[in-house]
Design a binder for this molecule. Structure first.
Ligand SMILES: *[C@@H]1O[C@H](CO)[C@@H](O)[C@H](O)[C@H]1NC(C)=O
Ligand SMILES: *[C@@H]1O[C@H](CO)[C@@H](O)[C@H](O)[C@H]1NC(C)=O
Ligand SMILES: *[C@@H]1O[C@H](CO)[C@@H](O)[C@H](O)[C@H]1NC(C)=O
Length: 328
């Protein structure tokens, strides 16, 4: 699969959307899984439009409500979020690991890279891809998960910013010179009816095998092919890569904000918020990178943010992970 990474980085590919979104906010909110709860159980990093808040009523079209976005496509007011990575020092305290942008996408502040794939990296495929609708939301992965059972949830130990393989199901066990990339791929088959489901996953079906490989045909229960959404989050572990800082027993010093130091609980959340039919137009176009989507400058994207609704420190050396009760 090595060729995929080479292709992704060098070919003038047309078959997908790939763009950066700067950090919008880092705080303990989870409008999808714990709507209205201030604070929610664990810290998230959020990118996208500024209609993000603790409740996010599904009847509100955030594509109309938001007034700015941290994404380089200026018509994308969607919100995308994941847990946050912390480093646990020998003395048991925690420090948040910072994020950095994909080098191809300019000097965005933190954030992540977002993909909407139609088929794979080298072709648009030949099937209709139906854009998500206002009110649509979904999650992939789960903080409760303790098994290596989700092909969409992987990690890459970055030797440099362009490393893409191999992928592992667990946190890398050795220091990674350019940090750790968390890869999060969503299912691409929708039931065509429900904008959400009680567990935020049952309205979707995964036929993918991980990576940016074409997903299999959608089943009758979930017949509508939607874009294959994926996040790449680059966690800059550089300042913690000195092994003399790691636990003496050699165990993993990196931990998700919900206390998982293995990595199987990695998860991603999505609330659709493209303005009007912009995403559908992009999916219908055959040359996506010149699809007529509006863009904005890095400076404009970096300017958009939301005020934290939770008054707590998530950034200095912390004696416990916010919301996780006991120190580990
Ligand atoms: C949160 O956003 C929704 C719409 O997205 C809005 O109806 C609600 O008033 C907002 N709540 C707060 C506390 O700002
Ligand atoms: C714990 O260790 C970290 C990293 O070595 C250090 O920066 C921090 O000051 C220490 N905190 C305490 C309370 O000793
Ligand atoms: C990663 O962190 C190191 C140490 O804090 C810093 O010097 C470096 O500039 C960061 N790299 C990126 C790409 O932000």
């Amino acid at each position: 699969m090595k060729w995929l990474s080479v292709l992704a980085l060098t070919a003038p590919a047309h078959a997908y959307l790939r763009f950066g979104c700067a950090t919008l906010s880092v705080q303990r909110l989870d409008p999808l899984v714990e709507p209205g709860k201030i604070p929610s159980a664990h810290v998230h990093q959020i990118v996208g439009g500024n209609a993000f808040n603790a409740t996010m009523d599904p009847s509100v079209d955030i594509g109309n409500k938001a007034t700015c976005t941290t994404c380089s496509f200026s018509e994308d007011f969607s919100n995308y979020w994941t847990a946050v990575m912390y480093f646990r020092a020998r003395n048991g305290t925690f420090k948040r690991v910072s994020q950095y942008p994909n080098s191809l996408l300019g000097n965005l502040k933190g954030g992540m890279t977002i993909y909407y794939i139609q088929h794979d990296f080298s072709t648009n495929g030949n099937q209709k891809v139906t854009a998500f609708k206002p009110g649509f939301r979904m999650t992939v992965g789960s903080p409760q998960n303790k098994q290596a059972n989700n092909p969409g949830i992987t990690y890459t130990c970055l030797q440099n910013v362009n490393t893409r393989f191999p992928e592992t199901r667990e946190f890398p066990k050795q220091p990674c010179p350019a940090g750790i990339m968390a890869n999060i791929h969503f299912p691409a088959c929708w039931d065509g009816k429900n904008l959400d489901s009680p567990n935020h996953q049952d309205h979707m079906y995964n036929t993918g095998t991980g990576g940016f490989v074409a997903a299999g045909a959608c089943p009758a229960s979930h017949p509508v092919r939607v874009p294959q959404l994926a996040f790449e989050v680059l966690w800059n572990t550089t300042e913690f890569n000195d092994k003399s800082l790691w636990p003496e027993d050699g165990s993993q010093p990196f931990v998700w904000s919900f206390g998982d130091d293995v990595g199987h609980g990695s998860h991603g959340d999505y609330v659709f918020g493209w303005k009007g039919d912009a995403l559908q137009r992009a999916m219908d176009s055959t040359a996506l990178l010149s699809s007529g989507l509006k863009t904005q400058s890095v400076a404009q994207a970096n300017q958009c943010n939301v005020k934290s609704e939770v008054q707590e420190d998530v950034d200095t050396w912390l004696t416990q992970l916010p919301g996780q009760g006991m120190a580990m």
